[in-house]
Design a protein around this ligand. Sequence first.
Ligand SMILES: [Zn+2]
Length: 72
Amino acid sequence: MITIKSTQKTFTEDEISRLTGICAEHLRSVAQSKHLGSIVRAAGAVGGQAERLLFTHTDLSVLTALFSPCEH
Ligand SMILES: [Zn+2]
């Protein structure tokens, strides 16, 4: 059972990874294949922009329902 703050609207990859147990690498591929999360471009990275994934509560529910934590 995952407990989250109900006031929290979006989750970063790191948070999702910690909550679901799915590693960042798999999370990315899952997000891509299932069209979950939204990519935001964050300025500030050296040499340009960094792409970050943000997930909603709905994305989180889908991820926990469909995928098990990584076992590698
Ligand atoms: Zn993994």
